[in-house]
Design a protein. Sequence first.
Length: 290
Amino acid sequence: MADSRGHAPGERCREPGCPDCRWDTQRFKFWLRARLLSAGADEAQVDVAIGGLTPDLLWRIGDRVCAIEVHSAAPELARARQQTAALKSGGCNEVLWITPPGFWTAQLPALGIDDFAPAACDYKVLGGMLSGGPGGVVSPSQSACELREFITGWVAEELAYGFRDEHMGGWATVTDWERHTRTQAAVIARQRQELQNQRTALALARKATRDKTKQLVRLTQRLERTEAGSQQQADDLAQARRRIADHSRVDATLRITVAGQKAAIMHWQLISWFALLIIVTFIAAGMLMI
């Protein structure tokens, strides 16, 4: 382990605790320090303490203090986020993680390095960089870039970290971020206008619904009143029909009574004529006998 002098270019070892990886990482730290100083940093130190923490590299330019964490293996997201928050609380303005390429580079302020032991220290960035798209919105860069170019732009504040959506972020030029911000502002304004239009349409729809509900209530009340009137008329008609039926029964009874009385009168008339004929007969017989 003491005689280790790192990996050969292209090996891309990702084993945690590998002595060659530690040697590559340590060499990388000092390379970063040299690049930062040559890019214009006032001060750059390796493994220096700040706020109770010891980042792999700490550099300063004016009042701007930034930290760099180097990991040749995949970092633990939860611990890396805690470390980032702690460094920012301890006085760092920005934190950069340099790790192998992976999904974590979009969830941390990180860059994905292709090989930690490249020939001639030609470090290539394969992940974490964003570039402006045709619509002005930044998206993951599809091409590799030189880490030395990133360091120069970062120190000069031409590159900055930001979020392209709710969860994913990356590094892009300030110009691309300005375009991205303008595009997002335009999208937000358009969505706000669409939301306002939808709210207006919803308010009109609710008003129309309330008007229709009121009209339906009025029609329902009118229908109920009509039904009540119809029921009353039906009750009155039924009562009138009952009265007519009663009168019909009384009339029929009277007709029967009158018919019976007529028959009785006729019978009495017949009886009277019969009795008169008998009396006449008796008188005539008496006169004949005299």
